[in-house]
Design a protein around this ligand. Sequence first.
Ligand code: 13P
Length: 241
Amino acid sequence: MRKIILAGNWKMHKNQAESLDFVQAFKPEISNTDETREIVFCVPFTSLTIMSKNLHGSKIRLGAQNIHWADEGAYTGEISGSMLTEIGVNYVVVGHSERRQYFGETDKTVNLRLKAAQKYGIIPILCVGETKAQRDAEETESIIINQLQQDLVDVDQSSLVIAYEPIWAIGSGDTCESKEANRVIGVIRQQLDNKNVTIQYGGSVKPNNIDEIMAQPEIDGVLVGGASLDPSNFARIVNYQ
Ligand code: 13P
């Protein structure tokens, strides 16, 4: 059985007070949400502790947005697995296109971060996806297959989530057509040894398209940026029909 995971990626949004306000408004909205739906918030490092305290005992899980591969060391600005597990972090986003695009993340470092997360018992959410130019050049499949081949070397597929995030659909309002997202996610699944890996779609997921996205047979959840910042919008996404 593939697990359904609805995750919010807050990116560089919300300080601690704003995070707390969000949780207080959001919790009542999910009192009737089906227990089989895992809800995750991937928040800035500075909000992890307050979120952990306030999510304790709830069905919401906590995620970070980066992890370094070393146990500790002289890596200014990075964060280690033990720093995250001490706070109670369950998931971590790895290889997001914004990290690849703006911060020099490569498939090699993505692979190291994935293995580090698993070493610490944190489930990585690996992001893959193509640019608009690559899609227009009909390179979508080859780009994604190449990312998977490099990123997943020696990665345990029993403790892994993958998010298909077409880069042109992120923050653009230009959602990938749900049948096309379903098709690409099917291609991703074919590449995997473990066919039960949860594979999410991400890119301009909103309350008005979530039902159609989640109706697709290959799509096991979503990774949501902008629409996860508002409690009622994200509640509508989590409570998709
Ligand atoms: P948006 O939902 O804002 O398009 O962001 C998607 C994303 O990058 C999630 O990781």
